[in-house]
Every structure is written in structure tokens, then in C-alpha cells.
Design a protein around this ligand. Sequence first.
Ligand code: GLN
Length: 209
Amino acid sequence: MLKIGVLALQGDFEAHARALARAGADPVMVRAGKNLDGLDALVLPGGESTTIAKGMERLGLFEAVRTFAEAGHPILGTCAGAILLARRVENHPVSSLGLLDMTAVRNAYGTQVDSFVAPADPGAKAGLEGLPCVFIRAPRLRDLGREVDVLVRVGGEPVLVRRGERFAATFHPELGEDPRVLRLWIETVRRSASAARSRERANPLSEPA
Ligand code: GLN
């Protein structure tokens, strides 16, 4: 079974762990760099990015998570997690990992409409047509790098993007009934883990990629 870490410092990590277990993975709570050992992938959940970033700084997790992602492990950031993945953060900036070339503008939908559910615009990729998206004080993503692919838009805004194994959602795929986003990402994790295992078999003395 795939072992998928969930950063468990603050926010809705328990909902993520439940959704990953429902989708057939083995969720592991991550509260220290050493918890990343042996994991196939990592989820950065929603919550309050200021609080999560402070915790990560205190625990040396910026360095550890960057090293984990740069070794080729898939990473999914949702809402606050998407902010933490961004290279640039606006509107009360927080320290971020800089793993996706984009700007995250925090709380960009304003306080009047800070939580809502909306369907994906027509033209969503990867079998995600009609996806219902749950937004909670969501950021907007801007200035996407050319290699960042937009899978889903809502109201014309990019809300699910990916570059290779790195995915960011400004909504909450772990909430609600639609498992498609987590299934798609877990499929990516499965492919990446089996590629890593066959590299190890081909060259058992090499460092893990
Ligand atoms: N508004 C939060 C932030 O900026 C994110 C909200 C969420 O994760 N649901 O950190």
C-alpha cells in the first residue's frame, strides 16, 4: 500500500488522512523531518498558512520537505498547502517552499464570499469535468510559470494546477463526495513509486532518486 504523509501541524489534516484512506492509501501523520523517511508522497493540507509556516520553520521542515520533493516525491498542497508550495505569496506573505512557479494571493475572494462550492468550468482536464469544488477563504493563483498546467478553472481562475508530480488546489478535494482529484493524484504517486522501485532494482547500490 502507498504510504502518503500528511503534514499534521495545524488545519484539516485529519480530513485528508480519512480521504486518503478511503481512496486506498495508507496515511501517515508528519510532524518532523524524520517522519518523511520511507514515504511515497506528501500532502500539505488546508488550514492557516501563517501558523503552518511558523511550525515548519521551528521544526526544520522547510528544508526536509524541499529535499523530499526535490528527490522526486509527489506533493499535493490544498488551499493553505497550495500557498506553501508557491514561489511567491501576496497579501500577508508567508515563508513558502517555492516548489511551484506561481504567485498565491491569500484570502483573495474577500470576506463576503469566503466559503462557497462551485463547479469546474467546462473544459476541465484529466476527467475532472463538472468537479464540485469547496472553497474556504481560498487563495487565487496568478503568474503561473509556462510549465505549470491548469487542470481545472472555476470562474476563469486556475484552481487545480500541476507540474509533474506537484499538484496545488485552491479548494478542498478532501471534503465532499467527489474522490476524483485524490484518485488522480494517488495514481501519479503510484506511478512515481513504481518507477523509483524499478530504478532501485536496476541499481541496488545507488542512492534513492
Ligand atoms: N486563508 C488561509 C490562508 O491564507 C487558507 C484557507 C484554507 O486553507 N482553507 O492561510
